[in-house]
Design a protein around this ligand. Structure first.
Ligand SMILES: NC(=O)c1ccc[n+]([C@@H]2O[C@H](COP(=O)([O-])OP(=O)(O)OC[C@H]3O[C@@H](n4cnc5c(N)ncnc54)[C@H](OP(=O)(O)O)[C@@H]3O)[C@@H](O)[C@H]2O)c1
Length: 290
């Protein structure tokens, strides 16, 4: 592919690391019909600003940044050109690999819990898929906010989830969460299907069900007296800046369990497609400049 050049008001990032998300293998498998082809996969990047378009003043060459990029803009590449509004200075206390684990999963968790559901201190939240990319950050954000956090995961992840801030962990393979919890303020569903459908009844009146995967069936929230929304994660540099600050305060940390070179992207997809990866998988695109 030709080296992309930033237009007026754009910046070019030299990518050091690219986060892997389930959306990547969904795109690769052909789920997105309107995808421009050929396309470059990857939604999350961390790297260095290496060229700045005319009129752009918020970033300079050499800035160490992270960003959620749009579908087709390409994290699995040496360079990407982005709108600076999508970009933030990466957390100072962590490297490029860990920074690349944050954008999509972090923004999904942040926007679900705070922008959509309005989770507050003292409220209760059930997080389905707590050991995944979105879940491990959602658990930590909710705990940081001062909420009571319940996560669902298989038993092998129970102790790990308690160590990052889950007050309770429900083993979804052997327990039915709706028989254990009730009257909750918020449910964050990252699983869908039967898990989503069984979640309505555990909310208190006025509670909020946010799903990253399921559409909200018409009339059902009204039937249960609750609110509901399907997340569409927005790229947002300001929110990434807020997340970076909390990371630098050592309040939360991205959980990266696998780092692979870009050439092993296929293996990374196979791991993600298993739907049982813990935390995040990150591709190393270039050597860390330090
Ligand atoms: N709408 C949006 O804007 C948006 C944004 C981000 C993500 N998403 C979607 O949200 C979903 C989750 O993303 P992710 O990055 O967190 O995925 P992920 O990292 O691949 O999630 C894997 C985790 O799911 C857990 N899991 C699997 N089946 C489960 C079940 N039945 N109950 C509870 N936990 C279960 C696994 O835990 P165990 O190994 O313990 O089973 C594993 O840790 C994906 O479908 C993704 O495409 C949507």
């Amino acid at each position: 592919m030709p080296e992309p050049q930033p237009g007026p008001g754009e910046i070019r990032i030299r990518i050091i690391a690219a986060g892997v998300n389930p959306m990547d293998w969904k795109i690769r498998s052909g789920y997105i019909r309107e995808l421009p082809l050929p396309t470059i996969m990857g939604l999350d990047v961390a790297g260095l600003v290496d060229a700045v378009g005319q009129g752009e003043t918020s970033f300079q060459r050499g800035d160490q940044v992270f960003a959620k990029v749009s579908i087709g803009q390409g994290g699995y590449a040496e360079y990407t050109v982005v709108n600076p509004a999508q970009v933030a200075q990466k957390p100072r206390s962590i490297g490029f690999i860990e920074s690349a684990a944050i954008p999509t999963a972090g923004l999904a968790a942040w926007q679900s819990l705070f922008d959509i559901a309005g989770l507050e201190r003292g409220q209760s939240v059930l997080i389905h898929g707590a050991a995944g990319g979105v879940g491990t950050l959602a658990v930590q954000f909710a705990r940081w906010k001062g909420a009571y956090v319940i996560g669902t995961a298989s038993s092998k992840n129970a102790e790990f989830l308690k160590s990052i801030g889950s007050d309770e962990v429900i083993d979804y393979r052997n327990q039915r969460f709706e028989e254990i919890v009730s009257n909750l303020d918020v449910v964050l569903d990252t699983i869908g299907g039967d898990t989503f459908e069984r979640s309505w009844g555990v909310l208190k009146p006025g509670g909020f069900l946010v799903s990253t995967v399921a559409s909200i069936p018409e009339g059902v929230p009204q039937k249960y007296g609750v609110r509901a929304k399907t997340l569409m994660t927005q790229a947002d540099g300001r929110e990434l800046t807020q997340i970076a600050a909390i990371i630098d305060e050592q309040k939360i940390k991205p959980i990266v369990t696998t780092v692979l070179p870009l050439i092993e992207a296929q293996k990374a997809h196979e791991m993600s497609e298993s739907r049982h990866a813990r935390g995040k998988i990150v591709l190393r695109v270039a050597e860390d400049p330090k």
